[in-house]
Write a protein that binds this ligand. Structure first.
Ligand code: SF4
Length: 426
């Protein structure tokens, strides 16, 4: 059973650092969220810089009709010379008239919209009333004091108050609405987990749904699992609706996936033999897929810069399942409750640093000369130029990596840069 674990009792070297940071902002989440919620539209209320970021991050083709755009605040808006609210209403009304496929519209705040204090939550209420049945919600993707995965957290947290109240599931024990899994997963991963939960006899719903009309209904007392480690705001919003979080590791690698499923199985009283029967084939396939990567990654020294908030679970996966050596685990934020199992799974004495002081961390990475450095795009090129092999952490968000069937692919993401550097050095 996954009992709560206290990080301070795990022999981890926990430090906190403040200083210059190098991370993308929360707008980046739109890139995977717009693929997940297939009738949603994300309208960034921001500057030309925001528009460039989102265009280049998503690699939009000129002939595509994307489901995101930027309403650009120009100098007159920023100087308070124009009525930005009226202008925003006009832009949104034009957009909805032109794109009748939109059922859910997110107004996404940015640094400029926050600086001029444009009230997007009020705008979303006003526009929701005017444009019904299209639902208009808002959240902030601003880069002021945030990191790129917080965009998903803010988006899902904005959805939670909108979710309908669930009726009890017929297959579940009386009064239970089944399990809620929160966090955007690739559709293929979600389908695999849905099959596993069905084999365990646990009714499950996923947040977000794949469309505005298939968002899960929720009920007080319902347990939820987080599929991603960066959803503190979403968890708070679910707890405010009376749901309760199941402490668990995250479903990365075979051990993480088993621990994550076991937390649900324990909460729903699943018989151990049924759990074994449902998970054994996946565990076997994951073990087979991981074996060749262990040969390459075993003993390799890995350094994580803080970026995606996936760092602690990934370090646990690399150390526990692939025998890698962890030099340092930087993470923008460390939710000691949600990550307690992951922290406990790190080798004793692992250095975990919350926050960032970029220059100090660069100095430590250069001194350590790790075999592999996991970092943001902005740091990867300079480090490669200095002869260090790097892995872009953002790739771990764009690629389906959770669950038994993806364990080998996840290991491959770390093994590939080592193989490439090995070839370059021949
Ligand atoms: S939201 Fe802020 S950090 Fe992000 S692109 Fe816009 S201006 Fe830059």
């Amino acid at each position: 059973m996954n009992a709560p674990v206290r990080p301070e009792s795990c022999g981890i070297d926990l430090a906190r650092e403040r200083g210059q940071r190098a991370v993308f902002c929360g707008l980046t989440g739109i890139v995977w969220l717009h693929r997940k919620i297939q009738d949603a539209f994300f309208l960034v209320v921001g500057s030309r810089t925001c528009a460039h970021l989102i265009q280049s991050a998503a690699g939009v083709m000129i002939f595509a009709e994307p489901r995101f755009a930027t309403a650009i605040l120009d100098e007159r808006d920023l100087a308070g010379l124009a009525d930005a609210e009226d202008e925003l209403d006009r832009v949104v009304e034009r957009l909805v008239a032109r794109r009748p496929d939109i059922r859910l519209l997110f107004l996404v705040g940015s640094c400029p919209s926050e600086v001029i204090k444009l009230d997007l939550s009020r705008a979303s209420l006003r526009l929701s009333r005017r444009l019904a049945p299209v639902r208009v919600l808002s959240y902030s993707g601003s880069g002021i004091e945030t990191t790129f995965t917080e965009g998903e957290d803010a988006c899902l947290a904005a959805l939670v108050p909108e979710l309908a109240e669930a009726l009890p599931e017929p297959e579940a024990p009386a009064g239970e609405a089944g399990l809620l899994v929160a966090g955007a997963l690739g559709d293929v991963v979600e389908d695999q987990f849905a099959r596993l939960f069905a084999d365990l006899g646990i009714p499950v719903r996923f947040l977000p749904g794949r469309s505005a009309g298939t968002m899960p209904a929720i009920a007080p007392g319902q347990p939820f699992l987080l599929a991603q480690p960066f959803l503190a705001g979403t968890a708070r919003a679910l707890e405010a609706r009376g749901l309760h979080h199941l402490p668990a590791p995250f479903p990365l690698g075979a051990e993480g996936t088993t621990g994550w499923l076991r937390a649900a199985a324990d909460a729903f009283g699943v018989d151990p033999a049924r759990f074994e029967a449902a998970t054994a084939p996946g565990r076997r396939r994951a073990a087979t897929a991981l074996a060749p990567h262990r040969a390459r990654l075993s003993g390799k020294r890995v350094f994580f810069f803080p970026d995606s908030q996936l760092e602690v679970p990934l370090a646990r996966f690399l150390a526990a399942e692939l025998d890698a050596e962890i030099v340092e685990v930087g993470t923008p934020y460390l939710h000691r409750g949600h990550l307690a199992h992951e922290i406990a799974g790190l080798p004793p004495g692992t250095r975990v640093v919350e926050g960032q002081s970029l220059d100090d961390q660069m100095d430590r990475a250069r001194a350590a000369r790790p075999d592999l450095t996991v970092c943001g795009l902005g740091l990867a090129n300079p480090l490669e130029a200095e002869g260090l092999a790097t892995k872009w952490s953002i790739e771990l968000l764009f690629t389906p990596v959770q669950g038994y069937e993806q364990a080998g692919d996840l290991a491959e993401l770390f093994a590939r840069p080592l193989r490439r550097r090995g070839l370059l050095e021949v």
